[in-house]
Design a binder for this molecule. Structure first.
Ligand SMILES: NC(=O)c1ccc[n+]([C@@H]2O[C@H](COP(=O)([O-])OP(=O)(O)OC[C@H]3O[C@@H](n4cnc5c(N)ncnc54)[C@H](O)[C@@H]3O)[C@@H](O)[C@H]2O)c1
Ligand SMILES: O=P(O)(O)OC[C@@H](O)[C@@H](O)[C@H](O)[C@H](O)CO
Length: 387
């Protein structure tokens, strides 16, 4: 069995690659980072260090690696003969990996089992985004894809921080993990991945994950950044930050319980478990990594505006989420390209236009004015004049 995995970064090596390896797949990593790919080509194995409660070291071997820019022809052949394709590249990168995936699908021999494609990104229905990109490639139609590939949405959860320099290919991760996969896409031929959970309806799981783990995580990052703290565990040790994060997760809990079939007690237990994960002192995770790409995180269906908009539509003023959104607007890490772009938008557009551009909210939406007020306040702060 063979899997081609795009993105040999933190979650690629520390989670998806590990679980596919443990499921018996040979993994072909495809990445654009030349040095990383060369290291993978030269290595026979790497170690995944699981830190926290019940620490363990796992070994990943039986992999190969390809540079997806320089070795496209080889990559097409690997995809043409693979059982599975997964990605962990970031939601905005899916459009760049779609062309080679499309070529690989088109090159599959008639009679082969369909390629099973799963995007493992932090976004609602990321695989649908990838499938749409694949289907829009020249020469690819629904008829061409029919029978040659199936696309399944997934939710992936494991905190994998940026790795220390000098660690080589080895990855430090938390012990917890969860990979939930939409079973319905596969008919009766779902892959066997012992570490994954297959469900008939993914939407409660992906929303619970994104609006609890990622909403809470990003809140800790932005509140922590504002407080001048470096690590997520330090942010969570700060009483004010911890209380603010808790308040945000109370609001998303309210939405998730109202919307899905999670009981209040079940969601409360989930929240507590997630908060405990953020405090893991063995995990060197930073507010800069977790807060990365604030424009993506402030998107319409993302971890802040998504739940806040739905609460507002239900007549609830999401005070704590608005506090986190205000904090996200202040994330001005100079090393983050999206933080720079965010500052440029705030510096050049009126509050209403900037709100629409940053969040995708439409004027007239019940959340719009509250966010526009935060935008205006942030603009005044940046200009050094009170709003
Ligand atoms: N790190 C985590 O804790 C975690 C957990 C769950 C989900 N995720 C999601 O997984 C995805 C990847 O996150 P990460 O933390 O591993 O990031 P990362 O930056 O460590 O890894 C991304 C990798 O993708 C590669 N890449 C970029 N463009 C590419 C292209 N065109 N073709 C092939 N490879 C390309 C990069 O070189 C990099 O190695 C994101 O969507 C993230 O939200 C991350
Ligand atoms: O990957 P992002 O940028 O969407 O979010 C940053 C972190 O919150 C994220 O990577 C978490 O560590 C992960 O989602 C945990 O499962």
């Amino acid at each position: 069995m063979k899997a081609v995995h795009f993105g040999a970064g933190n979650i690629g090596r520390g989670f998806v690659g590990l679980l596919l390896h443990d499921a018996g797949y040979e993994v072909v990593f495809a990445d654009v980072a030349e040095e990383l790919i060369n290291r993978l080509k030269e290595a026979d194995s790497y170690a995944v260090h699981e830190v926290g409660e019940n620490p363990a070291v796992r070994t990943v071997d039986n992999f190969r690696a390809l540079n997806s820019n320089a070795q496209e022809a080889e990559l097409v052949q690997e995809i043409a003969t693979a059982d599975i394709v997964t990605t962990a590249v970031g939601p905005h990168i899916l459009k760049f990996v779609a062309p080679v995936i499309a070529k690989g699908i088109v090159a599959r021999e008639p009679g082969m089992a369909p390629l099973q494609v799963m995007a493992c990104e932090n976004a609602i229905n990321a695989t649908d985004i990838l499938a749409k990109e694949v289907a829009s490639q020249p020469g690819v139609t629904a008829a061409v894809l029919d029978g040659k590939a199936v696309f399944a949405n997934t939710a992936v959860d494991r905190i994998v921080p940026n790795q220390e320099a000098g660690q080589g290919l080895d990855v430090t991760v938390e012990t917890f993990y969860e990979w939930v996969i939409d079973r319905t896409a596969f008919g009766d031929a779902a892959p066997v991945i012992p570490g994954a959970t297959f469900v008939d309806d993914l939407s409660p799981y992906i929303e619970r994950k994104l609006f609890t783990v990622n909403t809470g995580h990003a809140s800790a990052a932005y509140f922590g950044f504002e407080a001048g703290l470096e690590k997520i565990s330090e942010a969570m040790a700060d009483q004010d930050v911890a209380e603010d994060v808790r308040a945000v997760l109370e609001e998303t809990k309210q939405l998730l319980v109202a919307k899905h079939e999670f009981s209040n007690d079940e969601q409360e237990a989930y929240v507590r478990k997630i908060l405990a994960r953020f405090t893991n002192p063995y995990l060197p995770d930073t507010v800069n990594r977790v807060g990365r790409a604030p424009l993506r995180k402030l998107g319409r269906h993302e971890r802040f505006i998504g739940p806040a908009a739905e609460l507002a539509e239900r007549g609830v003023v999401p005070e704590a989420l608005l506090g986190a959104i205000a904090s996200a607007l202040r994330f001005n890490d100079p090393a983050d390209a999206e933080a720079t772009e965010l500052a440029a938008i705030l510096g050049s557009e009126n509050p209403s236009d900037a709100t629409a551009r940053i969040t995708g909210l439409e004027p007239g939406h019940p959340l719009f004015d509250a966010v526009a007020t935060l935008v205006e306040e942030r603009q005044a702060e940046m200009a050094g004049t009170p709003a």
